[in-house]
Every structure is written in structure tokens, then in C-alpha cells.
Design a protein around this ligand. Structure first.
Ligand code: ADP
Ligand code: MG
Length: 234
């Protein structure tokens, strides 16, 4: 079957080539996969995620998404809004919008009427367990709840691929587990493809495949046969 993402010898250089953040990386990501990307700080994890999500373009090589080369996509902003959901360590919620309004943001500018927009945002707030917090501002929510709002916002467009960069990096361990539980439900029930950057090997163990980067190269690529379920004794 065709990969959802096919990365072919991609490099990303910064500062006129003085920094080689990614060094001829090739990687195929199948639909429905939950891939954890690990490695030390500075090894190129965020660079890889940003390239896959079209927030940045490679210096060399090509990324194919659903078989189409990203270098031929004229508006990566539009493409991203249709295909990709992003979750960052720092949520990026707008402080003067309520939880529900934040979740609705990706639906503005699309051919979605008001009723559908409200329905969809409520559905995904409900999914992340925050139906009763929809009128709260981010400042009235806990950090873990803010990250769940950010996840609902990433999901509201039903993206083909969810990209999460250290999504639990600002959270206590219990809130982190809750976010991971939700990602697992996305994969199992919705068949969503997920790429999650984390330096937490325990959390990476809940993916079904794991790669490790070092100095911009993939040095380990393992399938995890039976992802651990939350609460399970290992
Ligand atoms: P990670 O997410 O694994 O911590 P990054 O992908 O952010 O790593 O960075 C990989 C390397 O590229 C690091 O050496 C970092 O300093 C460098 N880098 C990242 N972004 C830039 C930039 N905009 N300009 C120059 N160097 C950068
Ligand atoms: Mg990073």
C-alpha cells in the first residue's frame, strides 16, 4: 500500500550549511501508524516534524504526501489546513477566545456553516472530556486542559495526519498520560496517523513504532509489537 508520507533523502541545512539539522533522512509512514520520534535535544526532531507538516521546506530531497511531492504544492498553508493537525508543547491557544472558539478557529475560512462549526467544535471538546468547559478562557483552564483544547483544535478538521511536538512536555505525568490516552483513541477508533516527538521513552513506548534520531540521522527504527496500555503493569 502507498505510504501516507514518503520522505526521500531529505536534508535541512541552516546558516548557509553550517548546521546540518537533517542529513539525508529517508522514512516511510504508513496510514494508521503511531510513530514516536525520539532523540536528544538538537538532534533534528522538530525540524523533521516541521518539514512533514509543510511548515518548512527541505534544502535537499523530497517529501511525498499521499503520493504527491510537497515541492509542487503552491500554497502549503492551504494544504496544511486540509491535511495536517498540529499540537505543540506550548499549546498556542488564543488567550481572549474561549475553549470552543479556539477549537473552531481552523474551520473559519472554509465552506463550513455556523451550525456545523459549532457542532464539530463541541463534538471534539466532548471527545477530549471538556464539554463542560467550552465557555472558559485558557486562563481559566489547567495546563492539561489547555493541551486537550489544543488537541481538539488539531482534530476538528479531521486531518489525515496528526503531528505532535513534545505534546506532554509542559504537563505533569498524569495529564501527559491523558493526552496519550486520547492519541491512542484517535488511532484505534478513527484510524488516524500520528507522529509524536518526545524525549520521554516511557511515552514513546505507547506508540507502535519508534525511531531515534542522532545528529540529523535515523539511527534506530523499531516496531513495538504490543503498545502498552495506560495502567498496565509492565
Ligand atoms: P530538536 O527538536 O531535536 O531539539 P531541532 O530540529 O529543533 O532539534 O534542531 C536541530 C538542529 O538545527 C539544532 O542544532 C538546532 O540548533 C538547529 N536549528 C534549528 N532551527 C534552526 C534555525 N532556524 N536556524 C539555525 N539553526 C537551527
Ligand atoms: Mg524540538
Amino acid at each position: 500500500m502507498e505510504s501516507l508520507v514518503d520522505i526521500q533523502r531529505v536534508s535541512r541545512k541552516y546558516l548557509d550549511g553550517k548546521v546540518l539539522a537533517l542529513d539525508q533522512v529517508s522514512l516511510q509512514i504508513a496510514r494508521g501508524e503511531f510513530l514516536a520520534v525520539t532523540g536528544r535535544s538538537g538532534c533534528g526532531k522538530s525540524t523533521l516534524l516541521n518539514l512533514i507538516g509543510g511548515l518548512d521546506r527541505p534544502t535537499d530531497g523530497e517529501i511525498f504526501f499521499e503520493g504527491k511531492p510537497l515541492s509542487t504544492v503552491s500554497s502549503l498553508d492551504r494544504w496544511r489546513s486540509e491535511k495536517i493537525g498540529f499540537v505543540f508543547q506550548s499549546f498556542c491557544l488564543l488567550p481572549n477566545l474561549t475553549a470552543e472558539e479556539n477549537v473552531q478557529l481552523p474551520l473559519f475560512g472554509k465552506s463550513v456553516n455556523d451550525r456545523i462549526r459549532v457542532e464539530q467544535s463541541r463534538r471534539f471538546l466532548d471527545f477530549v472530556g471538556l464539554a463542560d468547559r467550552r465557555n472558559h478562557l485558557p486562563s481559566e483552564l489547567s495546563i492539561g486542559q489547555c493541551q486537550r483544547v489544543a488537541l481538539a483544535r488539531a482534530l476538528v478538521n479531521r486531518p489525515a495526519l496528526l503531528l505532535a511536538d513534545e505534546p506532554t512536555g509542559s504537563l505533569d505525568s498524569q495529564s501527559g498520560e491523558e493526552v496519550l490516552d486520547l492519541l491512542e483513541v484517535c488511532r484505534r477508533q478513527e484510524g488516524m496517523t500520528i507522529v509524536m516527538v518526545t524525549h520521554d521513552l516511557e511515552l514513546a513506548g505507547r506508540a507502535n513504532r519508534f525511531i531515534r534520531l542522532q545528529d540529523g540521522r535515523i539511527v534506530e527504527d523499531s516496531q513495538l509489537a504490543s503498545p502498552k496500555v495506560s495502567g498496565e503493569v509492565s
